[in-house]
Design a protein around this ligand. Structure first.
Ligand SMILES: Cc1cc2nc3c(=O)[nH]c(=O)nc-3n(C[C@H](O)[C@H](O)[C@H](O)COP(=O)(O)OP(=O)(O)OC[C@H]3O[C@@H](n4cnc5c(N)ncnc54)[C@H](O)[C@@H]3O)c2cc1C
Length: 299
């Protein structure tokens, strides 16, 4: 088995090592090469800008010659590059893989389907390009001797970066949060979200939201948005307040250990996915929760 890891990180290098055989890493700078030194048998350095998907895909397609599998992270950029590279190589692309094993020229992998509600086991012939879902391969890649090689490439991008603007990032790290208080359209005004922030504060959690709150009403920045097209979260407690629980929202919260919901409609679909539910007006229950929890915490 020969695996090429692109945009390598610890998880991907470990995932590649579990398949056995040779592991190579494709990196886009000398600095990245140093970071993976001793973790891949071969390190290929492509001197192209990885932000240019066509140039990065060209590099991946060239580097992939002779490899059975190309592994990438499941980031937006890597999926774009992976798709282009798979098309250039004429091989299958499999995204968001949760687990995998290779045998007899076939990769058997598990991945979420139906908005994360089911796990499908799929098989593809190798070679193939695969993106790996985050947090699924936890381990240390074995220490190996690395040989570094430069990948000769002609600059081919039809794109040109004209400006780069840093995305403003707050302190919101929903993917890492252990407690998330999430708000939906049950809140009547933007100012009312303050209640959720207060509750999150007393619980030591962060605030998430449904799509309409971030995308339509723009009451919160996109970094709070949870769901199929937002962030996939896995807190110990996900408290959904005034969220109906449409499949696209549920898709982002299924890995939560406990889901609790507050909704004044007893038939709201969120209750079908919740471990605990309170049928009540959020304007009544949230202030009570803030009060009780701060008292319990000695506030
Ligand atoms: C391609 C696609 C992708 C999508 N991706 C996402 C996504 O990533 N994330 C996401 O969230 N959505 C996503 N959606 C939208 C999704 O389908 C729903 O429209 C959305 O989740 C609904 O948001 P909501 O629950 O806040 O609002 P609503 O569905 O309007 O629900 C509001 C809820 O609040 C309750 N409520 C009202 N007043 C009170 C009160 N006083 N007290 C208590 N409860 C109250 C109501 O009973 C209701 O259940 C996507 C849709 C599409 C088509």
């Amino acid at each position: 088995m020969k695996t090429l890891v692109v945009f390598p990180n610890k998880e991907l290098l470990y995932a590649a090592s579990t398949l056995g055989g040779e592991v190579a890493a494709l990196v886009f700078s000398q600095k990245e090469a140093e970071a993976v030194s001793g973790k891949a048998h071969k390190i290929l350095v492509a001197e192209v800008d990885p932000r240019l998907p066509d140039a990065a895909a060209e590099a991946v397609a060239k580097a992939a010659a002779g490899y059975d599998l190309v592994l990438m992270p499941s980031t937006k950029n890597a999926k774009t590059v992976g798709g282009l590279a798979a098309q250039k190589l004429g091989v299958e692309l499999l995204v968001d893989v949760l687990s995998m094993r290779a045998e007899g020229g076939v990769l058997t992998a598990e991945r979420y389907v139906f908005g994360n509600k089911a796990v499908a086991t799929v098989q593809v012939s190798l070679p193939a390009v695969v993106t790996v879902a985050p947090g699924r391969f936890q381990g240390e890649p074995p220490a190996v001797q690395s040989a570094v090689e430069k990948l000769a490439l002609a600059p081919t991008s039809r794109l040109k970066i004209v400006a780069v603007e840093e995305k403003s990032r707050g302190a919101v790290r929903l993917e890492e949060a252990e407690i998330i208080v999430s708000v939906g359209r049950g809140f009547k005004k933007k100012e009312d979200l303050q209640m959720a922030f207060e509750l999150a504060k007393v619980l030591g959690g962060q605030v998430g939201c449904s799509r309409p709150i971030a995308a339509d009403l723009k009451w919160l920045p996109e970094e709070h948005w949870v769901g199929l097209s937002g962030k996939k979260v896995k807190p110990k407690l996900y408290l959904a307040i005034g969220i109906s629980g449409q499949p696209q929202h549920i898709a982002g919260i299924l890995d939560s250990r406990i889901i609790a919901a507050i909704n004044n409609d007893p038939s709201a679909p969120i209750f079908q996915n919740a471990d605990y539910g309170v049928v009540e007006d959020l304007y009544k229950i949230v202030p009570i929760l803030i009060n009780k929890i701060s008292k319990l915490k000695g506030g």
